[in-house]
Design a protein around this ligand. Structure first.
Ligand code: GLP
Length: 261
C-alpha cells in the first residue's frame, strides 16, 4: 500500500485526478468506480475543471457507484444516484447510460444486488476505484463486522454512520435510512487500482487502523492491505496517527516520477 501525505484536499484532488486522467488517456474504455461523501469532492471538482478545459473526456468511460440508500424516493436529493449526478457525472460528458448504481428501490433486493455484480463484471471490472473511509473504518457502506469477502448486498448502518451522515439530512438522524445496498469488500478489492482519500482529524484513527492495524472485520478498510495496488491519499490531520508517517513522506519524496500512482 502506498500512503501519500499531502498538504490539503486540493492537492489530493489534483493527484487523484492525475491518476484518473492517465487512465482515460489509454485506448480502451475506462471503467471508474465512484464514491459519494465529502471526501472525493475535490477530485470531482478537478476532473470537471479538466474536462471543461478540454484536457480529458468521459465520453467513452463507464462508471459504477459503490453504494446507495434503500427506500429514498427517486427524486430525493440525498439518493446517491442524484448526489453523484449533481456533484460529478452530470457536470461532465458521460454518455447517458454510462453511470450505474445499485437499485435501492428494487422490489427484489437480492436479485438487484446480483444483477449489479453481473453488470460490473460485464463491463470488464473496475479499473480505478475511488474510495472514502468512514470514521468507524467503513468503506462504501461495509460497516464493522462485514465479511472480508462480501459481495453487493443489503447492510444496516451503525449508529455512528447514521450520526455522521445526518448532516446531509438537515441534521436529523431519523431521516437517515437505516438500510443501504453496498458493493461488498470482495467486490471492491477486485478493482485493479484502489485510490482512497481521507482528510481531517476525524479520520485519523480509521486511517491508522486501515494502514497499520491488523486486517479484520472491525476495521473493514483494512482489507486494502491485501490489495496489490492500493493508494491512500491523506492530509496532515488524517495522517496524524500514522506510526510510519515519516517513512511514507520520505518514500513519496524519493519516488521516481515515471511510476505515477
Ligand atoms: C459514507 C459513504 C462512504 C464514504 C464515507 C465517508 O457513508 N457511504 O462511501 O466514504 O461515508 O464520508 P465522507 O467522505 O463524507 O466523510
Amino acid at each position: 500500500m502506498e500512503v501519500v501525505v499531502l498538504p490539503n484536499a486540493r492537492a489530493i484532488g489534483e493527484l487523484a485526478a492525475d491518476a484518473v486522467a492517465s487512465l482515460l488517456g489509454t485506448a480502451r474504455t475506462a471503467v471508474l468506480g465512484l464514491a459519494t461523501g465529502s471526501s472525493p469532492l475535490a477530485i470531482y471538482d478537478e476532473l470537471v475543471r479538466r474536462q471543461q478545459a478540454g484536457l480529458i473526456s468521459f465520453a467513452h468511460a463507464k462508471a459504477f457507484m459503490l453504494d446507495e440508500y434503500v427506500g429514498l424516493a427517486p427524486d430525493h436529493p440525498q439518493r446517491y444516484r442524484n448526489v453523484i449526478e449533481r456533484e460529478f457525472t452530470g457536470r461532465v460528458d458521460f454518455a447517458a447510460d454510462a453511470v450505474h448504481g445499485p437499485d435501492g428501490n428494487a422490489a427484489d433486493i437480492p436479485a438487484a444486488c446480483a444483477a449489479y455484480e453481473r453488470a460490473i463484471a460485464g463491463a470488464g471490472g473496475v479499473d480505478l476505484q475511488l474510495l472514502g473511509i468512514g470514521s468507524d473504518g467503513h468503506v462504501a457502506f461495509n460497516e464493522p463486522g462485514s465479511s472480508l469477502v462480501s459481495r453487493t448486498r443489503l447492510k444496516t448502518l451503525t449508529a455512528q454512520t447514521v450520526a455522521d451522515n445526518a448532516r446531509f439530512f438537515d441534521g436529523d438522524p431519523d431521516a437517515v435510512p437505516r438500510h443501504v445496498l453496498t458493493q461488498g469488500l470482495g467486490t471492491i478489492v477486485e478493482a485493479r487500482h484502489l485510490v482512497l482519500v481521507a482528510t481531517g482529524q476525524g479520520k485519523a484513527e480509521a486511517v491508522h487502523q486501515m494502514v497499520e492495524g491488523g486486517v479484520g472485520a472491525l476495521w473493514p478498510a483494512s482489507i486494502l492491505q491485501f490489495h496489490p495496488h492500493a493508494t491512500v491519499l491523506v492530509d496532515g490531520p488524517a495522517a496524524s496517527r500514522l506510526q510510519l508517517a515519516d517513512y511514507y513522506r520520505q518514500t513519496y519524496a524519493a519516488k521516481p516520477k515515471w511510476q505515477g500512482l
